[in-house]
Design a protein around this ligand. Structure first.
Ligand code: KG4
Ligand code: ZN
Length: 339
């Protein structure tokens, strides 16, 4: 039995978790900074770093105490190395190095996006691998072929905005509160997804890459008029806003689902998993589940607690690196962008 402490500070959630053998979550503590960033309409890197410094010790203590263990019980400490905000990542990396040194425990570096890719396996009673993984978050939109947690190949990625970024920017265009994804999800449930035919950008017919910057501009001009960037929002009724939100959401979901099915055809795999913050979106979860059922594919969406940023997924993937002997040294550095 291996007890791993996970630490996650890549963006605006300060998180720590204790996970046994990569799947049995004993604690999963997340201190969200949403309230600190809301008035700026997005994450302010400097504020995020400061908040991580202030909160991380207490979050780690809580994760250990809820799991009923102490530092000396751990087998390893896993930390998000990247991608993310470098200043924010360095708080977690420095804390993990310090604890690794102080407690004489091995240190494991974890890639945040690959941890999202493996998060749908947490809590399952059998391994879902090999699978096609659709990972949709605020910073990333990627398709992976996960052979097993130590063999993850990228099949495609966004060429511009991430899906979550598009949700957040469109929410801001529609005057909705930050963070935009949940706000759009909420009002879209009262809207008509066929009201506006927003573009479904597929790039080349066989491409597994994504592009979401065009749809954001389409929503902007739909609201304000072609070529205009202000003045239209006030004229829209609540129903019109809900219709735009539902139509935008449907266009994004259509692209994500079509590309995922293209990846299934390309790889010949028969299991699909879904993770990342946007995986919390009800229309995406339901549509992908239905499409997979119709095609007799096995489907697993990450549990809601493991969709948005969390440290359980870091400890879960960290376990596999630990078991493989893939350890980090005290010279571990953070990286902003995936290699
Ligand atoms: O994975 P995550 O917590 O952070 C990153 O690694 O980026 O994802 C955050 C993103 C935000 O863009 C947020 O708006 C989006 O996930 N999100 C949603 C929903 N809940 C969170 N997007 C659509 N529908 C939701 N229900
Ligand atoms: Zn994330």
């Amino acid at each position: 039995m291996a007890l791993i402490l996970g630490i996650e500070t890549s963006c605006d959630e300060t998180a720590a978790a204790v996970v046994v053998d990569g799947g049995d979550v004993r604690s999963n503590i997340v201190a969200s900074q949403v309230d600190l960033h809301r008035k700026y309409g997005g994450v302010v890197p400097e504020i995020a770093s400061r908040a991580h410094i202030e909160r991380l010790d207490a979050v780690i203590e809580e994760a250990l105490s809820e799991a009923g263990c102490a530092g000396h019980d751990l087998d390893a400490i896993a930390v998000t190395q990247g991608p993310g905000l470098v200043g924010a990542l360095l708080i977690g990396v420095t804390a993990a190095k310090t604890l690794s040194w102080a407690w004489s425990k091995p240190l494991v570096a974890v890639d945040h996006i690959r941890a999202h890719a493996c998060s749908p396996a947490i809590g399952l009673d059998r391994s879902p691998w090999p699978a096609v993984a659709l990972i949709v978050s605020g910073g990333h939109t990627s398709l992976f072929q996960v052979n097993d947690p130590s063999s993850i190949e990228r099949l495609g990625a966004t060429t511009d905005d991430a899906a979550g970024e598009a949700f957040d920017k469109v929410a801001s265009i529609l005057g909705l509160e930050y963070p935009g994804g949940p706000a759009i999800d909420r009002i879209a449930s009262n809207g008509n997804p066929k009201a506006v035919n927003f573009p479904r950008t597929m790039l080349a017919p066989d491409s597994l890459d994504f592009s979401f910057s065009g749809i954001k501009t389409s929503v902007l001009y739909h609201v304000h008029g072609q070529g205009q960037t202000t003045g239209g929002l006030e004229k829209l009724s609540g129903q019109a806003l809900a219709d735009i939100a539902a139509s935008f959401q449907q266009a994004v979901v259509d692209v994500l689902v079509r590309k995922t099915m293209l990846a299934v055809a390309r790889t010949g795999l028969s299991t699909v998993v879904l993770g990342g913050g946007v995986a919390a979106n009800r229309t995406l979860r339901n549509t992908l589940a239905t499409v997979c059922r119709n095609r007799k594919l096995e489907f697993h969406a990450a549990a809601m607690d493991y969709c948005t940023d969390n440290a359980a997924m870091i400890a879960a993937l960290g376990f596999h690196s630990f078991r493989a002997g893939d350890l980090a040294g005290l010279d571990l550095d953070a990286y902003a962008i995936s290699g």
